[in-house]
Ligand binder design. Structure first.
Ligand SMILES: [Mn+2]
Length: 314
């Protein structure tokens, strides 16, 4: 049993990072997207949604990416495997540089969590999702060169691992299968020192393996995790994450979990991002509705798709 500790109290009128935990206040809107994996056009579409949210909310909007900005496939259109969704060219370097520029423009409004792919550069095992030799980690570092690699690594080391936002919404990279860690352990987690582990071994590492390698988690474990992460007496109700692509764009798991896919592994017409009202208390993921809170990344393509009755496949 984890020791009971006093829930932290954090003054929240603006975003605040406490160790590896990012807090966003209960004010304005948040555009949330997942797993871009080097897809520049998708990143730019998300940025457009964020800029529109700024306009619509008198500047009170946030952009949160739940990790895995980096590493994409390297197939030609001819050899592109069906399971990777719509074809794109890996532009990890451009995505990272555009992200860093946007963050400079909106320093307190633009955030990203660390994903397992970023972690591979600063203490996690190399990732080999798209190619094995070289690994994606080696490939990116060789492509951008030593100097830029250090810039990126320094940036990755500053990233939070989870975000607690608004009135009880938590964002993580993968499904939160966190067995016993509470707020303090998550906040104080160190990224370094796991380079030598296999992915299987990594899954067993507390906090890191539990937050950005897991594909699913049971309702009981999730409820307990949400409880342990509470601050300021605000109950946490739901958790949102990506990491594992869901074909339809989003998938609710019980009352607490929403897995959604903004980019990687999906057809363009199925890609979605979230637009959350941070002043609202979402008590279950069923309150997140398609077209209102779950928004197609390419509305025209999504609408065309829905109009064609014969295309209603599973
Ligand atoms: Mn991932």
């Amino acid at each position: 049993m984890p020791a009971a500790s006093t829930p932290p109290s954090i003054s929240l009128v603006e975003p605040k990072q406490v160790g590896k935990v990012l807090h966003l206040p209960a004010s304005g809107r948040a555009i949330v997207c997942t797993d871009l994996h080097g897809n520049l056009p998708d990143f730019l579409a998300v940025v457009e949604a964020f800029r529109q949210a700024l306009v619509d909310n008198a500047g009170d909007a946030y952009l949160l990416i739940t990790g895995d900005l980096v590493h994409g496939p390297r197939y030609s259109p001819r050899n592109w495997p069906e399971h990777l969704g719509s074809f794109y060219r890996d532009q990890t370097e451009e995505v990272l540089d555009s992200y860093l520029e946007l963050r400079e423009e909106f320093p307190q409004r633009v955030f990203t969590l660390i994903g397992n792919h970023e972690h591979s550069h600063i203490g996690g095992p190399d990732t080999r999702k798209f190619h094995k030799d070289p690994s994606e980690t080696e490939f990116l570092e060789a492509t951008v060169g030593a100097e830029k690699t250090e810039v990126y690594k320094a940036f990755f080391r500053t990233l939070p691992i989870t975000c607690i936002m608004g009135k009880g919404v938590i964002a993580t990279h993968g499904a939160p299968r966190v067995l016993s860690a509470g707020y303090d352990e998550v906040s104080q987690v160190e990224y370094g020192g796991h380079d030598h582990l296999t992915v299987r071994e990594m899954l067993a590492v507390p906090v890191l393996g539990e937050l950005f390698w897991a594909r699913n988690s049971g309702p009981l474990a999730v409820r307990r995790f949400l409880r342990r992460m509470e601050v300021n007496d605000q109950p946490n109700h739901i958790v949102i994450y990506g990491h594992d692509p869901v074909r339809k764009g989003y998938l609710r798991e019980g009352d607490e979990q929403l897995c959604f896919s903004t980019s990687f592994g999906l057809k363009n017409e199925k890609k979605v991002y979230l637009e959350l009202d941070l002043t609202r208390e979402y008590k279950t993921v069923r309150q997140l509705r398609y077209g209102i809170d779950i928004i197609p990344l390419y509305p025209d393509l999504a609408a065309a798709r829905r109009r064609r009755p014969s295309s209603a496949s599973g």
